[in-house]
Design a protein. Structure first.
Length: 438
């Protein structure tokens, strides 16, 4: 029970972060789901980045292409699970499979820790895992929260992801010595299973607190349809197609900067240990800033100005950033731009993008969303990787790629502005979704 003296302070805090008291359980469970998932993932991420550079910056496009192919193989398997399983069981079953994969990789690292193909396979696997696992977690939130709840709570719940992204690298740095890489993988598997339990609790919370009559038992039923329903939904819906274009442009911009980061880090810090430390420092700064923005600003911006502001701000910043990097191609400038992009993506773009899915039907929330978040995103990565490599070879100066990146970022902003204008209540949005109007 809150004492009368502390009640005004509590009410001021609730108004500051734009939540209601009844939201506390779902915020805690949702944040726990993301915290556990991201802590496990970010323990392993700096190691993956270093392995990518170790294989040669000039070969990164091959790893990106392998990741895209692996995603094409994995998605039909996920589509089959989504077709047959109850919606509330999709995430637990998928996470359990991934946890078993982590155990298998841990055994492989114990048996032959220096095997280059095991390392490359793990790089590709982690790149597929992180998109599918994170997309599934957002699918659960889009499924259990109404549109109005999502606008208020998505960013705050996503703060759990940022806290996990901050905790993971710290734990990884501390534990990699005594536990080794295999130990980190096993710990990540445990955290992934605990994340699945949090997702199960969220579905049960929605059952006890139904938003509408039709939500009471619908998650007990399988989605049905076919394994390629996500792809066909994107092709047949103008709304989903534009979301897919938005994600492709996001991926291309991110890949251009990723390749430039790899080049400048390799040139500036030849030592692999120092490279890992640099990646860890960038991760720490990014997650710290993201937490503050998610808790205090994102929800308020979405409520007051609409989703469009969340989707447009970062692309415009990136357009300016590419121009800056074109004329000052040094690591310090790159670090500022990378931090701005990643903070903006986690704190603004990602919550805004996920809010777009709350007006869709359940099959689209899981199948179409995961198709966009995995195949479309990794396809954009692969295309961006080869385009960036070709520009570097043909133009012989990184400034050319940065100037082209400016144009891509502007187009990304225009796409985000269009999607922002489609921010509607479900009753108004449904005719647009059904007709595929652009």
């Amino acid at each position: 029970m809150i004492e009368p003296a502390t009640r005004p302070a509590r009410e001021k805090l609730d108004r500051l972060i734009n939540i209601e008291r009844k939201d506390a359980p779902v915020i805690f469970a949702g944040a726990a789901m993301f915290f556990l998932l991201f802590t496990g993932y970010f323990m392993l991420r700096p190691v993956r980045e270093t392995m990518g550079i170790a294989g040669g910056v000039e070969n990164l496009q091959w790893l990106f292409t392998a990741t895209f192919i692996a995603t094409l193989i994995a998605l039909p398997i996920f589509g089959w699970i989504a077709t047959k399983a109850q919606r509330r069981r999709i995430l637990p079953w998928t996470y359990a499979f991934f946890a078993l994969n982590l155990v298998a990789f841990a055994l492989g690292f114990v048996r032959n820790p220096d095997d280059v193909w095991t390392a490359r396979t793990f790089y590709v696997w982690l790149s597929v895992f992180n998109l599918l696992a994170i997309s599934l977690a957002w699918s659960v939130l889009a499924d259990v929260l109404s549109t109005s709840e999502a606008k208020r709570l998505f960013a705050i719940i996503a703060g759990g992801a940022s806290l996990g992204g901050l905790t993971g690298p710290i734990l990884g740095t501390i534990l990699v010595g005594p536990m080794g890489h295999a130990g980190l993988l096993l710990l990540s598997a445990v955290l992934l299973v605990l994340s699945a339990f949090a997702a199960v609790w969220l579905h049960r919370w929605r059952d006890r607190n139904p938003a509408t009559d039709e939500r009471i038992d619908v998650r007990e039923k399988p989605l049905g349809g076919n394994i390629f329903a996500g792809a066909t939904a994107v092709v047949s819906s103008g709304y989903l197609a534009v979301i897919a274009l938005f994600v492709v442009l996001l991926a291309v911009v991110s890949t251009f900067l990723y390749f430039e980061q790899a080049r400048l880090v390799a040139e500036t810090f030849p030592d692999k240990t120092r490279q890992t430390q640099v990646f860890g420092i960038i991760d720490t700064v990014v997650q710290s800033l993201t937490i503050l923005i998610q808790i205090f600003l994102t929800g308020r911006i979405a409520d007051r100005f609409g989703i469009g502001v969340l989707l447009v701000t970062v692309p415009l910043i990136m357009a300016v950033g590419f121009l800056w990097l074109a004329f000052a191609p040094v690591f310090a400038v790159l670090a500022v731009i990378m931090v701005a992009r990643r903070v903006g993506e986690y704190a603004l773009v990602r919550p805004g993008r996920e809010m777009l899915y709350t007006v869709l039907d359940p099959e689209e929330k899981y199948k179409a969303k995961n198709f966009i978040d995995t195949v479309v995103y990794r396809g954009g990565d692969a295309v961006g990787g080869w385009v960036k490599r070709a520009l570097d070879v043909l133009a012989e100066h990184p400034a050319v790629a940065m100037l082209i990146g400016t144009g891509i970022a502007v187009l990304w902003a225009v796409t985000g502005a269009w999607l922002g204008r489609q921010e509607l209540d479900k009753d108004k949005a449904q005719p647009i979704l059904e007709k595929g109007i652009i």
